[in-house]
Design a protein around this ligand. Structure first.
Ligand SMILES: [Zn+2]
Length: 279
């Protein structure tokens, strides 16, 4: 499949917040979105990145706390919708959006794609739909970013009996979305409720593992290194998170040829020239 990448806005934080022993100066943390072109099922996004909707959605309390904890910057032309238009692709052409999880920097674009079905896990969807008022802080989902018809348009893959669920190597749980081994969704629990990553086959039949926020930086899975304790504030289930990083570490050792791509790791995006390829 043809796979292209876009950087849709960025957050600002310190590397030391993302990795124990990381540097203390503030850095720009890119937000990556993938455009996948499936020969049969058409154009699919993996996540939808940040967009200017972030500012609107975080203007009032309690959502404002999100913007204070994680300052985020995005220009109009950096949204997934605008970047796709610049490539000659209209928002209407997107058939599916795989929502790795419902944190703000992954869902700002959901409302921009009127024909997309939202591919998400039952736990992630349930948590998102229950996020209201002050509970949004605990749920980690800003309800203003959710399309009104989110539930109707969602494809809850882990409740779809036509999709086979099976372990994928050392990962307990995976779903071959279209049954053709091109998009395998892999459970990566811990960071946020119901999070899944995707192992994709590119045009050269190489596998790419989009691991969403299972870790923020590649050094985490390479060295099995965790974020500092303070980062626990941003993580739903620390024990599961640690376990998932351990699994990614083992998977990487076993299959070093598979590129693991965290959404926010600039070093990985640059090393693999991900953004160059999209031009
Ligand atoms: Zn994120």
């Amino acid at each position: 499949m043809k796979i292209r990448f876009m950087e849709c806005g960025h957050c600002v934080s310190k590397e030391s917040m993302m990795l124990q022993g990381g540097q203390r100066q503030k850095v720009k943390i890119p937000v990556l979105v993938a455009l996948i072109e499936h020969p049969q099922y058409g154009k699919i996004l993996f996540d939808s990145g940040c967009s200017e909707r972030f500012y609107e959605a975080t203007a009032k309390w309690p959502a404002k706390l999100t913007a204070l904890l994680l300052p985020t910057f995005v220009k109009k032309e950096a949204s997934a919708k605008s970047q796709l238009e610049a490539m000659g692709i209209s928002a209407e052409e997107i058939n599916y959006i795989i929502v790795s999880h419902f944190h703000v920097d992954h869902i700002c674009g959901l409302k921009d794609f009127p024909n997309a079905r939202f591919v998400c896990s039952s736990a992630a969807l349930e948590n998102a739909l229950a996020s209201k008022g002050w509970s949004m802080l605990k749920k980690g989902v800003l309800p203003d970013l959710l399309p009104n018809d989110l539930a109707e348009r969602s494809w809850i893959f882990d409740k779809d009996s036509s999709i086979q669920q099976k372990p994928l190597d050392i990962f307990e749980n995976s779903f071959d979305l279209f049954g053709d081994e091109r998009i395998k969704l892999v459970a990566l629990p811990g960071h946020h409720i119901g999070q899944y990553g995707a192992i994709l086959k590119n045009e050269k039949e190489e596998s790419l593992f989009l691991c969403a926020d299972a870790c923020w930086l590649s050094d985490s899975y390479r060295e099995n290194r965790l974020p500092p304790n303070l980062a626990k504030l941003l993580i739903s289930d620390w024990k599961a998170y640690k376990n998932t990083i351990g699994l990614l570490h083992l998977f990487h050792k076993k299959y070093p040829e598979i590129n693991i791509i965290p959404t926010h790791c600039r070093k990985t995006h640059e090393a693999l020239n991900l953004l160059q390829k999209s031009k």
